[in-house]
Write a new protein. Structure first.
Length: 498
């Protein structure tokens, strides 16, 4: 029999599911969370992969670094309850714009373009840029030599603009470490970056394959804390704290600890000494990172997978039934939903949900935002799988259900969907396996997970190959275990097949 019964109830259910997801309460702002007595909670965004400014300690795995210590000192002086949020640099400014961060502390250089959009504290670091090339490159020693060459830069950093202004073609990377790998592999000609970060890389890696080829101009750059334009009060508190910490010598003491010189005075200094931020062997790095990566898998990837697949499957069934409906409006809505999901990249969907929806007043925490985006993605792809499975059930099954007096809802629930479920298991298993791997993108919206842990350690130690291979192994094990469950599930559902 044709599927002509009204599906209004299903449509309402679908809307409720989406409404529940979109209606997740927005996180309280730092100001809301604070009362008259408790210190203000200040969420500080930083990379955690930019030694010696922001990185994980090799022994404790705790966030540390020059910027981290400076912000902690500022927070103590200003009476803040500092909470650090680690994220890729390119995600920090969008997170600040959408109110998920109160301040960025990650060697943010003050530029006219940034000053037009953000407030900055009094500078707490003065540094110079340098050009990094391969050890055997002798024809690049100044910015003028970069014209027509290729450099690797972080997209939103000021160094990318410096390289572009010099006439270089810029390849964008997530952070400094991958850029160095491109340089070592001969895929780019140079990198422009902060001299202190480069010195840390040379000390930590011990490599003689790259060198500082020359200065990136004579300009002394100022680094400061970045705030939104409407948070002048917090900026003033930071300025007052920096003034006090400068006067009592605290900032100088922190700088001497990391650099053997005071980089907090105006004009800076070139006489800095940077010790290796991580002196572990490759095996020690892999061994120490195995547990944090497992924790990221258990706390991040697996919960995201379970929640997103369950919700996505509900959306898929609703969309499939709407596609089979004779009600044109439901069919059009389902077609549009499936087309949008299958026609756009998942990473774009994640960014729309996390960074875009707040501009419409829908402000989701990282986990709910990731679940919403992943669920919608699963629903869009799985809808056609479910629809094909339903259409694969012999027409006689519909007729038999009608003969014994079942209405539409009863026949679907007791006869059609159980048989369709068995048919849909193999392709839905592929969808589930893809979802497990796709959760690695959740770190882009501030969700701590397995691959982010690998990136954090790789950024500090430059051991990319072993750490990324271990991340791949973790994902493979989970996917293999899921695949093992497919056979028993198929056999169990086979009893419903006529």
């Amino acid at each position: 029999m044709p599927l002509t019964r009204p599906l209004a109830l299903l449509a309402v259910g679908w809307s409720l599911v989406l409404g529940a997801l979109l209606g997740v309460a927005a996180p309280a702002t730092a100001a809301d969370a604070a009362d008259d007595d408790a210190p203000r909670v200040v969420r500080v965004g930083t990379e955690g992969v930019y030694p010696p400014f922001s990185y994980r300690d090799s022994e404790s795995n705790e966030l540390t670094g020059f910027d981290v210590d400076v912000v902690r000192a500022i927070g103590e002086e200003a009476g803040w309850d500092v909470r650090f949020v680690e994220a890729p640099f390119d995600a920090l400014f969008p997170a600040l714009d959408t109110g998920r961060l109160d301040v960025i502390a990650n060697q943010v250089t003050v530029t006219p373009e940034r000053e037009a959009r953000y407030l900055f504290s009094t500078p707490y670091t003065y540094s110079r840029g340098v050009i990094v090339t391969g050890a055997d490159t002798d024809d690049i020693t100044s910015l003028a030599d970069l014209e027509g060459r290729t450099t690797a830069q972080t997209a939103s950093s000021n160094w990318a603009q410096v390289a572009e202004d010099a006439g270089a073609e810029v390849d964008f990377v997530q952070d400094f470490g991958p850029g160095v790998e491109l340089l070592l592999q001969g895929r780019v000609d140079a990198i422009v970056n902060d001299n202190i970060a480069v010195l840390d890389y040379l000390a930590t890696s011990g490599t003689d394959e790259v060198k500082i080829a020359g200065p990136a101009g004579d300009e002394v750059l100022e680094q400061a804390l970045a705030f939104t334009q409407d948070d002048a009060a917090l900026q003033e508190e930071a300025d007052a704290a920096i003034e006090a910490l400068t006067a009592d010598g605290t900032l100088e003491e922190i700088s001497e600890e990391y650099f053997g010189a005071d980089v907090t005075v105006e004009g800076g200094t070139t006489d800095v000494e940077v010790d290796a931020s991580d002196a572990r062997s490759r095996w020690e790095v892999v061994q120490d990172t195995a547990w944090p990566m497992l924790v990221g898998l258990v706390k991040g990837n697996i919960p995201l997978t379970v929640a997103s697949f369950a919700i996505g499957l509900v959306l898929a069934v609703a969309a499939a039934l709407a596609r089979l409906s004779s009600i044109r409006v439901l069919d059009w809505i389902a077609r549009a939903y499936i087309s949008l999901i299958r026609g756009t990249p998942l990473v774009v969907q994640l960014f729309i949900v996390f960074f875009g929806l707040p501009q419409l007043g829908v402000d989701l925490d990282p986990y709910p935002a990731a679940i919403l985006a992943l669920s919608l993605n699963v629903g869009g792809y799985a809808a056609e799988v479910v629809r094909a499975a339903i259409l694969s059930v012999p027409r006689g099954q519909y007729e038999a259900a009608t003969v014994i007096g079942m209405d539409y809802r009863q026949s679907m629930r007791r006869v059609i969907l159980p048989q369709a479920a068995r048919i849909a298991v193999p392709p839905l298993s592929n969808t589930l396996l893809s979802l497990i791997k796709d959760t690695a993108l959740a770190s882009l919206v501030l969700v701590p997970e397995l691959f982010r842990e690998a990136q954090v350690t790789a950024g500090a130690t430059f051991e990319y190959l072993p750490l990324y291979v271990m991340a791949a192994l973790y994902f493979w094990v989970v996917c293999y275990l899921v695949s093992l469950a497919q056979g028993p599930l198929e056999r169990r559902l086979s009893r419903y097949v006529a």
